[in-house]
Design a protein around this ligand. Structure first.
Ligand code: NDP
Length: 214
């Protein structure tokens, strides 16, 4: 089976890469949520138009999604857990990230219980992101950088500092917009300010960035 490349999609504070507080998101960023929905639901281009993307998450992130919004619609929901084997209708569970990633393919073997997928997004939380950064199939990060008073936000969950390892390169905003265009994700392109300008919402400022493995 073809090994699809894997993308992380995450919103984190600029200075400390804070992503969570008390099991939930530390903010409400409607435009970021809209971008998340559009990117993770995009078929990814004409050849894969009939397939859905997979979203891969940890058990705690699954539990943080309000019941009425899960499973996330129009996406193949994959939940990782070492303790729970079934999260209900519309979900697929694995006990390791590498098992999940090797099962997710546009051309799964006939015996596979998982539908074919067009692409793979790692959607959190910190435990899953940390492992995904180390996986060789991970090639791209959609990072929403949140400029906030870090003290006031009181995050208790953080991304590892991938930006300073030298393995990852930040791409220009034009590349992010072109990538979304090539993914036929035209509504998403409209949400990204052309010059990398920040979005201002609910008293916070944030910017959409793209990082690629060197
Ligand atoms: P996770 O969502 O990463 O879930 C952790 C759980 O996933 C573990 O307890 C375990 O479940 C399971 N797990 C972890 N690694 C593996 C593995 N390799 N194989 C199988 N199962 C595994 O939890 P975190 O606490 O790290 O992150 C949650 C926080 O992150 C919340 O505050 C959430 O709101 C935030 N978040 C923020 C995002 C953002 O973009 N800002 C996005 C997503 C989440 P078990 O114990 O059942 O074995």
């Amino acid at each position: 089976a073809v090994q699809l490349s894997v993308a992380l999609i995450v919103a984190a504070t600029h200075a400390s890469l804070g992503i969570g507080r008390a099991g939930t998101l530390p903010w409400r960023l409607p435009t970021d949520m809209a971008l998340f929905r559009l990117v993770t639901s995009a078929p990814g281009g004409p050849s894969t138009a009939s397939l859905q993307p997979a979203v891969v998450m940890g058990r705690k992130s699954w539990e943080s999604i309000p019941k009425k919004f899960r499973p996330l619609k129009n996406r193949v929901n994959v939940v990782l857990s070492r303790t729970v084997t079934d999260f209900g209708p519309g979900t697929h569970t694995f006990s390791s990230l590498s098992q999940a990633l090797s099962a997710l393919s546009p051309t799964p073997p006939p015996a596979s219980t998982i539908p074919p997928v067009s692409s793979i997004y790692i959607i959190g939380g910190a435990e899953i992101y940390t492992e995904a950064f180390k996986h060789p199939a991970t090639s791209r990060v959609f990072l929403t950088t949140v400029y906030a008073d870090e003290e006031a936000l009181q995050c208790d969950t953080f991304l590892p500092d991938f930006r300073s390892t030298g393995e990852w390169e930040q791409k220009p905003t034009a590349d992010l917009r072109r990538l979304l265009h090539d993914m036929e994700c035209h509504e998403a392109v409209q949400l990204i300010p052309e010059d990398g300008d920040r979005v201002k919402e609910n008293g916070l400022e944030y910017a959409f960035t793209l990082w690629e493995k060197r």
